[in-house]
Design a protein around this ligand. Structure first.
Ligand code: FAD
Ligand code: NDP
Length: 596
């Protein structure tokens, strides 16, 4: 880039647009084009990009692109410097100096504690930016004795096994509900007169799915080790505890201790299931155990009414188990109420029992090994398995954070951090362990990468936690991005928003007589005052996770209702229902759509 003042900024090899952009942000752009030598250029009448880094006066043959004057250049810069019209401008991440220097004298530039989604991503990114990195991961067995390999919650006891069981349950539902209507014979699996699905899941079949999933997970554990090695990250299979701000003590599974030092630490230890707080709570299992059960779980009570409890209840019921959910207050707190109610109704119609406004007050083991549960309303029932899913607690209790002045929230033990930097400047946190971070795998991964780039790649871009898409993999899936209708009303007032909604029968369900009570639903919430900027998108129906991902990108770029409905849909899909939403809630018109 040449300035007519003959200042030859071309001598600075920015390498690529990202580095040039960084220079603009860091040193020049916001300061009237202060050049890297600190000289200010308030007026820059003619600016172009040169083809080469040739020294000397500008040569017209060397002009790759003529930008024009100051304003045009600003526009060109803004193109890749600022979010599109309407989106919130991203602030820079201001970090406290953590004292890191290239010749710090510690064994590692970075030691990551926790080999889950966030820790693995950060370690690999930091190493690929040239840092010397070690990663400690150690799995403490669950109170029931369950343990697993490298990769953290998501791959071992979270997203991956959960989604595979969910896929299995969905497949079984399709075989029962739809296959015959497509002329695919499912002999012996016809619903009976009451619409009940016959049990096809025997104990040996439970073991088939469990073993296949566990084998797949073991292959992932192995791949993660290989990837760390490929990236030159030292893998340490030991439990880490802080001794001081630059030293952690390591304990292996035989109890042998050692130490490792680093200039910087990243805590990515995630969380563990919060135990039930009633008498006999140790008889319950948690999501850390359910994917490893050696025997068929039989009749199950799921305690809790959010993601984990409802997803587990859903796939267990889908695999023909007798399942009850004990709901303390409401389903899916924090999600859109209308969508949550639809999920509850769907699950109820598909065989899941709900016990509303109760918590278990006592669990007792019977002689036949079953568990008698007494509920807070005085009622009792007997189950083969009780699954506690009442939230997760950050795994920081024995991490020695008190030795390094890292502040935690006493309620959930999460680390208080700003731009992922804790109250001890050289100790960072990402993922489930960080206060305010949505407990989702892609968030942990993105935050880990973003932090590594700031620590070792010169980036100043903060992690953006806004407008994160998520999906609840209940028997009818639910995905969303942005605000729920309820939160939008709270923020903008009832008169400040509009809701566009539609109820429809997905094409894949349209032939089956078993599906005619199971509609899908889409709605968007818009801010009436700001060009109908979209505040939230919600979809309840098949393949919800796949449907929402792309909308998340648009939401990050300030999507308006007009832009949404100007988009030509893909026919025939459920996703096209979202780009054709036209019925407003305020009109009182029926949200049930017509045909094609
Ligand atoms: P984790 O993945 O929990 O990793 C932390 C690691 O640190 C663990 O391996 C732990 O053993 C290790 N560790 C702890 N203490 C120490 C120590 N002192 N020394 C060494 N190592 C230590 N998210 C989604 O986005 N989609 C889903 O569908 C989804 N489904 C889920 C289903 C279930 C049942 C659960 C429980 C969670 C689900 N999640 C889902 C959430 C997701 O799994 C988490 O948000 C994600 O795994 C968090 O990653 P993390 O890196 O913060 O921590
Ligand atoms: P949550 O913290 O989201 O919900 C806890 C649930 O348990 C609520 O329904 C709560 O009820 C209930 N509860 C709390 N304490 C008690 C009690 N003492 N007795 C009875 N019920 C109680 O936890 P989850 O375990 O469901 O999920 C943890 C996180 O994991 C989620 O926030 C999510 O980010 C992540 N996750 C993501 C998934 C995905 O992306 N698909 C899937 C699974 C998990 P109340 O509303 O009354 O407080």
């Amino acid at each position: 880039l040449l300035f007519p003042s003959r200042l030859k900024i071309v001598e600075h090899d920015f390498g690529d647009r990202t580095k040039f952009r960084q220079w603009l942000v860091d040193d020049g752009f916001r300061n009237n084009f202060r050049d890297p030598m600190g000289k200010e250029h308030v007026s820059c009448p003619i600016i172009w990009i040169s083809k080469s880094l040739k020294d000397g006066d500008p040569d017209p043959a060397d002009i790759e692109k003529y930008l024009g004057g100051y304003d045009k250049t600003l526009d060109w810069c803004r193109d890749f410097m600022e979010p599109a019209d309407g989106a919130d401008a991203k602030p820079e991440a201001v970090m406290v100096d953590d004292g890191h220097t290239p010749d710090h004298g510690y064994e590692y530039d970075l030691v990551v504690i926790g080999g889950g989604s966030g820790g693995m991503a950060a370690a690999k990114e930091a190493a690929s930016l040239g840092a010397k990195v070690a990663l400690c991961d150690f799995v403490k067995p669950s109170p029931q004795g369950t343990s697993w390999g490298l990769g953290g919650t998501c791959v071992n006891v979270g997203c991956i096994p959960k989604k595979l069981y969910h896929i299995g349950a969905t497949l079984r539902e399709s075989i029962h509900a739809d296959a015959n209507y497509f002329g695919i014979s499912t002999l012996g699996t016809q619903p009976d007169e009451l619409g009940q699905l016959p049990t096809i899941q025997t104990e040996s079949q439970w073991n088939v799915v469990k073993d296949n999933i566990q084998n797949y997970i073991r292959s992932l554990n192995f791949k993660y080790r290989v990837r760390l090695r490929e990236k030159s990250v030292q893998y340490i299979n030991k439990l880490a505890t802080f001794k001081d701000a630059h030293t952690v003590e390591l304990v292996d599974k035989k109890g042998r201790t050692s130490e490792v030092t680093a200039s910087r630490f990243l805590v990515a230890v995630g969380g563990r299931p919060t135990p039930l707080d009633c008498e006999g709570a140790d008889l319950a299992i948690s999501s850390d155990d359910v994917f490893f059960l050696e025997k068929d779980p039989g009749k199950v009570l799921c305690v809790g009414a959010s993601y984990i409890s409802l997803e587990c209840a859903g796939f267990l019921a889908g695999m023909s188990k007798d399942v009850t959910v004990a709901v303390r207050s409401i389903l899916l707190r924090g999600f859109d109420r209308e969508c949550s109610e639809r999920i509850g109704n769907f699950m109820q119609q598909h065989g899941v029992n709900f016990k509303m406004k109760v918590t278990p007050s006592k669990l007792e083991k019977l002689e036949d090994d079953r568990i008698k549960v007494t509920f807070s309303d005085g009622s009792e029932d007997v189950y083969d398995t009780v699954l506690g899913a009442v939230g997760r607690t950050a795994d920081t209790a024995k991490l020695g954070l008190e030795n390094v002045n890292v502040q935690t929230n006493p309620k959930n033990l999460k680390i208080v951090a700003k731009n992922e930097q804790s109250t001890c400047p050289n100790i960072y946190a990402v993922g489930d362990v960080m206060e305010g971070c949505p407990e989702l795998t892609p968030v942990a991964i993105q935050a880990g990468i973003s932090l590594a780039r700031r620590l070792f790649g010169g980036s100043k871009e903060p992690m953006d936690y806004v407008n994160v898409c998520t999906t609840v993999f209940t028997p009818i899936e639910y995905s969303c991005v942005g605000l729920s209708e309820d939160d939008a009303i709270e923020k903008y007032g009832q008169d400040g928003i509009e809701v566009y909604h539609r109820e429809f029968l997905p094409l894949e369900w349209s032939l089956s007589q078993n599906r005619h009570d199971s509609n899908a639903f889409a709605k968007i919430v818009v801010d009436k005052t700001a060009k109908e900027r979209v505040l939230g998108i919600h979809y309840v129906g098949p393949n919800a996770g796949e449907v929402m991902q792309g909308y998340g990108i648009s939401m990050k770029n300030g999507l308006t209702y007009r832009q949404l409905t100007d988009t030509v849909g893909i026919h025939p899909t459920s996703s096209e229902e979202i780009v054709t939403l036209a019925i407003t809630k305020s009109s009182g018109e029926d949200a049930a759509a017509g045909g094609c």
